[in-house]
Design a protein around this ligand. Structure first.
Ligand code: FE2
Ligand code: FE2
Length: 187
């Protein structure tokens, strides 16, 4: 199913960013420079690529149909599982953003530094578990049980969203940010 292939492929990119975020946190923990702009780029990637571009497709297409067509199992997997975790990720990013602004105002603020490392790392744990569940359980269940016409609709809409995003350069922009941060932190 094309719609699921696109999501699984995006998971690979999001996992790469999660690895960068862990390495950058370790760098700071070991006494390296805390470069606010790099962490701002991580927040930007998570908010606009992982959340806006990727989660939007899950929420508006695949998960929406799973809730409508797959009874209580669909509702539980999506509403009490995946959507709760999407929200938790947004909370970590809000806390991280706030801590970055506090650190920017006062580089001696070690509470802010701790909150930066904590929220960055917490997000990586959350998103790795979340992606594993989606890849191994949620997507497989949806793909196996949704109506053929729903799957065709999801595929078609996914294609439209991907093309529209390409036109405004979303994928190119965020792959650029990812590669730049990998070069810096994965050495
Ligand atoms: Fe998700
Ligand atoms: Fe996902």
């Amino acid at each position: 199913m094309y719609g699921v292939e696109v999501l699984v492929n995006e998971h690979d990119q999001i996992m790469r960013m999660a690895n960068v975020m862990r390495r950058a946190s370790l760098h700071v923990l070991n006494g390296g420079d805390l470069v606010v702009q790099d962490f701002d780029h991580m927040v930007d990637f998570v908010r606009n690529y992982a959340d806006q571009h990727h989660h939007r497709k899950e929420e508006k297409l695949l998960f929406d149909y799973m809730v409508k067509e797959l009874g209580n199992i669909g509702i539980n997997l999506v509403k009490h599982g995946m959507l709760v975790e999407h929200d938790l990720g947004r909370l970590y990013m809000a806390e991280l953003d706030q801590a970055l602004r506090a650190y920017e105002n006062d580089a001696d603020n070690s509470d802010a530094k701790l909150d930066i490392i904590t929220n960055t790392t917490a997000y990586t744990y959350l998103i790795k578990r979340h992606i594993a569940k989606e890849n191994e359980v949620v997507f497989t269940f949806g793909e196996k049980n949704l109506k053929e016409e729903s799957k065709a609709y999801i595929d078609k809409q996914t294609k439209i969203i991907e093309e529209e995003a390409q036109e405004i350069g979303v994928q190119v922009k965020y792959m650029g940010i990812l590669e730049e941060l990998e070069k810096k932190y994965l050495v």
